[in-house]
Write a protein that binds this ligand. Structure first.
Ligand code: GLV
Ligand code: MN
Ligand code: MN
Length: 414
């Protein structure tokens, strides 16, 4: 392996123990695991003489200034936080690859003509405070700072409190137009969260766009009672309309959308009691906004009908939403031209680099509303993600680094 390839492998290995549990990764923002990820970022940047700053929203930036001609910068990176029991690659692969791409360019004697920033955005998964891509939303002005500051985790700790405990001033939260104006483009490399590249025999692909998606919180409020003494006819059991709603969501998504209840809390949680309330989160995604609207209307109507049948109150509230994203076509075409099939490991069929749509959300999708953004995907042979089974082979990760370096050489070159 070359120096930069060994450098990637070492960088990657050094992050693997951080936030690892027997069931996967738990790297929630502003927890000790996240602070250890931030320390890893600072160390990786320090080892490369890249000064690090934390922006007003807690996002990390490491700068390779090069000739610093005053031209706007090119940013590359991803995020370091994880879903509950997540995999190692979703997020960190983009950050480690960004550092390794700089190593590779330096190895080749390249000096950027404009600054290159390596970024790690905060709370991309929304696993702690509930809103995905929170750091990039704040940066881009896509969420009210006061609303973000007041978001609370499962223990009732607010984002403002968590950030203050980490030494940041939550009063600084909010849009950062100067920083956005200083960026010419943002390119995020990410493990593919599907197996399309594997099917095509390609190590690296480009993103076309992101499906519109969001999270809705449904609260079914019933009446707590004794499981052994309350006749069926006398119950106001919120679990039953919830169960009907799960099935309705599956039926509503059958035409090509996606609907998932991945988190549910039954209160108070007694094995021998009828629940007083069931709180559940619906994650819904679709190829277009009209289909997504129809899905949400159908699921909400089914939830209302089932709640009424069981004498249960229902509250449905949208917690976050990302409209359809189409990545900048000019930037995407430029990247497609740079990434010849040979350097990207694409199928030897004479075709160009694959360009794929995705249902997964990303910071690049949020920033797309403010500046040209693009994404590179690295092959994931099983297609599994948000799970410890998520995987990319080292050779494919290195192909991703090579592709990212080629992109940087072009976008930040003379
Ligand atoms: C992030 O991974 C998302 O798509 O929710
Ligand atoms: Mn993810
Ligand atoms: Mn991700």
């Amino acid at each position: 392996m070359t120096g930069s390839e060994t450098g990637f492998a070492e960088l990657w290995e050094s992050l693997l123990p951080v936030g690892r549990t027997p069931a996967g990764y738990r790297r929630y923002s502003w927890t000790p695991a996240d602070l250890a990820c931030r320390a890893w970022f600072a160390e990786a940047a320090g080892a490369r003489n890249l000064p690090v700053e934390t922006d007003r929203n807690g996002n990390l930036w490491a700068w390779w200034r090069g000739l610093d001609s005053g031209a706007p910068a090119v940013a590359v990176g991803s995020h370091l936080d994880s879903v509950p029991d997540g995999g190692a690659f979703d997020g960190p692969l983009g950050v480690a690859s960004a550092f390794a791409a700089i190593d590779l360019l330096r190895e080749r004697g390249f000096t950027p003509a404009r600054p290159v920033g390596v970024t790690a955005f905060t709370e991309e998964e929304g696993a702690r405070f509930g809103v995905a891509c929170l750091g990039s939303r704040l940066l881009a002005g896509a969420i009210e700072p006061a609303a973000a500051a007041g978001l609370r985790d499962g223990d009732g700790i607010s984002l403002a409190e968590a950030m203050a405990a980490a030494g940041l001033d939550p009063a600084d939260l909010g849009p950062d137009d100067d920083r956005i104006a200083g960026l010419a483009a943002y390119v995020e490399l990410h493990i593919e969260q599907g197996s399309a590249l594997d099917g095509l025999g390609a190590a690296v692909g480009l993103a076309a766009g992101i499906w519109p998606h969001g999270r809705w919180r449904l609260e079914f409020a019933g009446r707590a009672d004794h499981a052994g003494t309350t006749w069926i006819a006398d119950r106001h059991d919120p679990m039953l309309p919830f169960a009907a709603t799960v099935l309705a969501a599956r039926a509503a998504a059958a035409g090509g959308a996606l609907a998932t209840f991945g988190k549910v809390i039954a209160e108070p949680g007694a094995a021998n009691g009828i629940s007083s309330a069931v709180r559940a989160w619906l994650d819904a995604r679709a190829p277009d906004e009209a289909t997504l609207d129809t899905l949400i209307t159908e699921v909400s109507a089914a939830a209302r009908t089932a709640a009424a049948e069981h004498g249960v109150a229902l509250d449905v509230r949208r917690e976050s939403f990302t409209p359809a994203v189409s990545f900048d076509p000019a930037l995407r075409d430029r990247l497609a031209a740079i990434l010849s099939p040979a350097s990207a490991g694409a199928a030897p069929n004479g075709g160009g680099i694959p360009v794929l749509p995705t249902g997964a959300g990303h910071d690049a999708g949020i920033l797309a509303a403010r500046l040209p953004t693009a994404m590179l995907f690295v092959r994931n042979p099983t297609g599994v993600s948000h799970s410890p089974a998520e995987h990319a082979d080292l050779a494919d990760c290195l192909a991703g680094v090579t592709a990212l370096a080629a992109v940087l050489a072009d976008l930040a070159g003379p």
